[in-house]
Design a protein around this ligand. Structure first.
Ligand code: SAH
Ligand code: SF4
Length: 352
């Protein structure tokens, strides 16, 4: 396969229709071939009900995926698999598959790098690359679905918690959600898709009008502007109070509770004061708090609180009337949180 061939899923439907017409194929073949590709066919030859000569012509014209796997790590006794993909043009992004007893979750990337630059995040440490195209997001899901299918598993959940700020690449992200949830494609219910944002308020408002019942996660990390301005720099543009108003409006219009993420940083946002501020901010709201133990990133001044400190913080929130869960530390050994495998590979490339 040559790189100059377009990736099948990147081609506009009208252009594909034209391709099929030029190749004397019935119009329904387009849908048929797209469905095969979007459900994870590894080769055009796997498309059994597509005539053999047409398969050969497809093979000569298109690539089935634009993603090149360049590194892979397993962790948690094989329950977690992280893959670094090279995109056309050379940027890299990562996708993490996590296997649980009742479900399989993919953590997906929406951008190469991230322009928000949170100081605790490995992704934010590199210069921003670019937005991913719709097909590059969808292809991560397709590759992961195929990996899981080989094990007799089904990709059931997708979380946009890999590299990038999904709401700075809004149109492509929303279109990728529509594609992934298409019954002819991966058929993942939008309810099982989580969009995680650092707080791009206009896009949260826009999401309310999409009639797309995804789960919204807001990366809060601080419940006062002064601290959030540092931890999530986009807060200087979109401050806390307005953010909560926008997120809760989404909760109201969608009927779905918002998940507030809180990466736990020892001595920074795990104090009694933080717990009180957070409780006051969210009490009585259709909300859920997800505490994420910090996953250490070299070159940052942060560290994770002890288990005990996390337990105490959680208890203060529960006493304050909030719904709280503590995220498991799945994937730690696999250079877990967003951007870390990318970071390691980049470091190796620089030192090689
Ligand atoms: N940009 C989006 C989505 C990707 S980040 C966002 O910020 O929401 C997904 C989640 O991982 C965010 O809640 C982010 O704060 C968290 N995260 C980033 N770096 C982390 C680290 N080193 N340890 C734990 N969580 C981290
Ligand atoms: Fe970007 Fe999210 Fe990382 Fe912040 S935490 S730098 S918004 S990917």
């Amino acid at each position: 396969m040559r790189e100059e061939q377009p990736a099948l899923l990147s081609v506009a439907v009208a252009d594909l229709d034209q391709w099929f017409a030029v190749h004397d194929a019935a119009p329904y073949r387009r849908r048929q071939v797209l469905a095969w590709a979007a459900r994870g066919a590894a080769t055009f030859d796997e498309m059994r009900d597509v005539p053999r000569p047409l398969r050969a012509e497809l093979e000569a014209s298109f690539r089935l995926s634009s993603l090149k796997p360049v590194a892979r790590t397993d962790a948690d006794s094989g329950l977690t698999t992280k893959t670094l993909y090279e995109l056309d043009g050379g940027h890299t992004v990562e996708a993490v598959v996590m296997r649980y007893s009742e479900r399989s979750t993919l953590c997906i990337s929406s951008q190469a790098g991230c322009p928000v630059g949170c100081p605790f995040c490995a992704t934010g440490k590199f210069p921003f690359g670019r937005n991913l195209a719709v097909h590059e997001i969808e292809e991560q899901a397709i590759a992961s679905a195929r990996l899981l299918a080989d094990e007799g598993r089904r990709l059931s959940h997708v979380v946009f918690m890999g590299m990038g700020e999904p709401f700075i690449n809004y149109d492509a992200v929303i279109e990728s959600v529509r594609r992934m949830s298409d019954p002819e494609r991966l058929a993942i219910s939008p309810r099982r898709i989580v969009l995680s944002t650092s707080g791009v308020i206009p896009r949260i408002e826009q999401l309310s009008s999409e009639k797309l019942p995804v789960t919204l996660a807001v990366s809060l990390h601080a419940a006062r502007d002064e601290l959030r301005d540092v931890l999530v720099p986009i807060n200087r543009k979109y401050p806390l109070h307005d953010l909560i108003v926008a997120a809760q409006r989404y909760a109201k219009t969608s009927g779905r509770r918002v998940s507030y993420e809180w990466v736990m940083l020892a001595g920074v946002n795990d104090t009694e004061r933080d717990a009180k501020e957070l409780s006051a901010l969210l009490k009585g709201k259709l909300a859920h708090v997800n505490l994420i133990p910090f996953n250490p990133v070299d070159g940052t001044p942060y560290s994770a609180p002890s288990r005990n400190a996390i337990r105490q913080f959680r208890q203060l929130l529960v006493d304050g009337g909030l719904n709280v869960t503590v995220r498991d530390t799945r994937g730690r050994e696999a250079d877990a949180a967003c951007g870390q495998l990318h970071e390691r590979v980049m470091r190796q490339r620089v030192t090689a």
